[in-house]
Design a protein around this ligand. Structure first.
Ligand SMILES: [Zn+2]
Length: 285
């Protein structure tokens, strides 16, 4: 198992913002300590040509303008470079998976709310959509995306809907931010989860989603791994426990398809332990 990480991803942001550098600053030493067998690798910076698969030129230019995108999604100095690094992490994770080694990209900012021409919801560039579309250009016939972050992956959905070589599934709290994801349509499958749903019922929906994705016979499975559906997460009212994320990992281990995951949300103090559980499930026999 490869972990994609770069210290630079911890050198921006605001500790008062839920999506702050502490998320990685606490997770990285924890994983190095409890899972010493992990292989760590640094990403590059995604170039314009690759990003333009999922975004437009005006959006790439907008990321360089020092103006906040919305209340949740501030401008930070060099946010353009940080988001490009996170996209490169997703690209590298996908490449590693296709070469036979599963990989988890442990970078920030997250990406799944970012649309083709809009940053929102702590997300600036849609790393997973970039990785999916790049894989299609690079010899994959079909790619599946499983988004178990507790928020709807609205940006990913908006970018991949209509592309019949991609199947997208999101399991998320509804009603909840960003307010979309109530219904499935075309190649976008949505499992709206009511607030306070029992964790076992919620996990059953994730399994159902994964089974639908596997039946699509993708050559690559990309996972938007967010950990804010955890019972103690401050941003949502869902009830998954660490053992559920462990189970998600074991399911990925059993799909017999190259799998790459990227970090999306997860804002509780337990984030390091939740990521550990997920990776343990994914890597333990
Ligand atoms: Zn989220």
């Amino acid at each position: 198992m490869k972990i994609i990480f770069d210290e630079a991803a911890t050198r921006y942001g605001d500790s008062q913002h839920p999506e702050g550098p502490e998320r990685l600053l606490r997770t990285v030493p924890h994983l190095r300590k409890v899972l010493p067998e992990l292989v760590w690798e640094g990403p590059s910076i995604a170039d314009d040509m690759t990003l333009l698969l999922a975004h437009d030129e005006a959006h790439l230019a907008r990321l360089r303008q020092p103006i906040d995108f919305d209340l949740d999604t501030p401008y930070y100095p060099e946010i353009d470079q940080h988001a490009r690094r996170a996209a490169a992490g997703a690209l590298l994770a996908a490449k590693s998976a296709r070469q036979g080694e599963p990989a988890f990209s442990l970078l920030r900012p997250p990406g799944h709310h970012a649309k083709r021409a809009q940053a929102m919801g702590f997300c600036y560039l849609n790393s997973i959509a970039v990785a999916a579309l790049n894989a299609l250009n690079d010899g994959c016939e079909r790619v599946a995306i499983c988004d178990f972050d507790g928020h709807h992956g609205n940006g990913t959905e908006a970018i991949v809907t209509g592309n019949q070589r991609v199947l997208f599934a999101s399991i998320h709290q509804y009603p909840g931010y960003p307010g979309t994801g109530k219904h499935s349509f075309q190649n976008s499958l949505n499992w709206p989860v009511p607030p306070m749903t029992d964790g076992e019922v919620h996990a059953g929906m994730v399994k159902e989603a994964l089974d639908r994705l596997v039946a699509f016979r993708p050559e690559l499975l990309l996972v938007s791994a967010g950990f804010d559906a955890y019972v103690e997460d401050p941003l949502l009212n869902l009830r998954l426990e660490a053992e559920h994320f462990y189970r998600f990992g074991t399911w990925l281990c059993g799909v017999n398809i190259p799998v790459a995951a990227i970090l999306e949300g997860g804002y509780s103090n337990e984030l390091p332990r939740l990521i550990e559980s997920f990776i343990r499930g994914w890597t333990e026999d």
